[in-house]
Design a protein around this ligand. Structure first.
Ligand code: HSE
Length: 345
């Protein structure tokens, strides 16, 4: 069987997804029990293309990073026509991976809204729709009986949302503490090794870890959005940016970061949320100096980790990649698998 996929945004993540799909289709089918066909692509810079029988993935992989390049493909156009082209397409699943405006969450929210409204499943790696419109989009998905999946939003391909939601269900999670920004963690590690903050941030951008605007990584905003997404999913609450205290790593100096190492400590940017006795949720983002005995002190580079504290298990820590193109593309694949499994059951 086939699922037809429409990609909105054709940057690093969706390109990596196209690469994964095309690399070894037979192995893919054997492991997953379904095939994927990319039928539409729309990108604000590259343009759009819709081919109901499936776009030639070799041509798509070779698409140059040039304005309007989609026009070089059969049926391609120089303009992005997200809504018209994809709403009326034969796509079953819309994968939303555009650049998020961190103030409004747009245009990703609109993309998810009209895709769900027209009965298409949605997988997004975008924090915006979750941070600003989760309840509305979830309600739309239920109303239209389609999936709204977003595993890649927290810890990219490391399946922490489903881990907490499915595997720790019933354990009484009352708190989580995490390193959920690969850029900040990578930068702090390089500064410990002698880099300046500026050079370390440039290195994180070169690795593809940083957001388009890296201040979201450095000032803690990216962590705050992930904390909101995870807390709302875990406790079915409605945390917003107004209710989370947020401080990034820009107040740390290179001297402070290196001095900590000589004291047997590491500065880490932590996102936290906990359930209070009255049922309310308190969340925060701030840098903390952790002694090397702390389970999160050894998390280095772009690796992320979250410790869940629950009534029955105490602390359970999940760690793994938290950023990267292939890693985030895998999260989309895991969303598609979840959509498939739900449909099958
Ligand atoms: N900029 C983010 C990070 C990417 O560094 O963690 C993944 O959300």
């Amino acid at each position: 069987m086939y699922y037809n996929i429409a990609l909105i945004g054709f940057g690093g993540v969706n390109r990596a997804l196209a690469h994964i799909i095309s690399t070894d289709p037979e192995k893919f089918y054997c492991e997953m029990g379904f095939n994927l066909r990319i039928v539409a692509v729309s990108d604000v810079f590259l343009g759009s293309v819709y081919t109901p029988e499936g776009i030639d993935l070799a041509l798509l992989a070779a698409l140059p990073l040039a304005q309007g390049a989609c026009a070089t493909l059969p049926n391609g156009k120089t303009t992005a026509e997200n809504e018209d082209i994809i709403k009326n397409s034969n796509a079953d699943i819309v994968v939303e991976a555009t650049v998020t405006d961190s103030i409004t969450g747009q245009p990703a929210i609109s993309h998810c809204r009209w895709a769900l409204s027209t009965g298409k499943h949605v997988s997004t790696t975008n924090k915006g729709p979750l941070a600003f419109a989760e309840q509305e989009l979830m309600a739309l998905s239920l109303k239209n009986n389609v999936g709204f999946e977003y595993e890649g939003v927290v810890m990219s391909g490391t399946p922490v949302l489903r881990f907490a939601d499915k595997l720790l269900k019933g354990s009484g999670i009352n708190k989580f503490t995490g390193i959920v920004n690969g850029t900040a963690n990578y930068v702090l590690g390089l500064v410990e090794q002698g880099y300046s903050f500026v050079d370390a941030i440039t290195a994180a951008q070169r690795q593809g870890y940083a957001e388009a605007d890296p201040s979201a990584d450095i000032e803690g905003k990216d962590v705050m959005l992930k904390v909101i997404v995870l807390a709302n999913r875990l406790w079915n609450t409605n945390l917003t940016q107004k209710t989370v205290q947020c401080q990034g790593i820009s107040d740390l100096t290179e001297t402070m970061v290196r001095q900590a190492v000589t004291e047997g400590c590491h500065w880490k940017l932590l996102g936290k949320a906990s359930k209070q006795d009255d049922g309310s949720i308190v969340a925060s983002v701030s840098p903390e100096k952790l002694s090397v005995e702390h389970p999160l002190a050894a998390i280095s580079g772009a690796v992320n980790a979250i410790t869940f504290t629950s009534d029955m298990l105490g602390d359970v820590t999940v760690s793994g990649p938290g950023a990267g193109r292939i890693e985030t593309a895998y999260a989309i694949l895991s969303d598609i698998i979840a959509i498939h499994q739900r449909r099958e059951s």
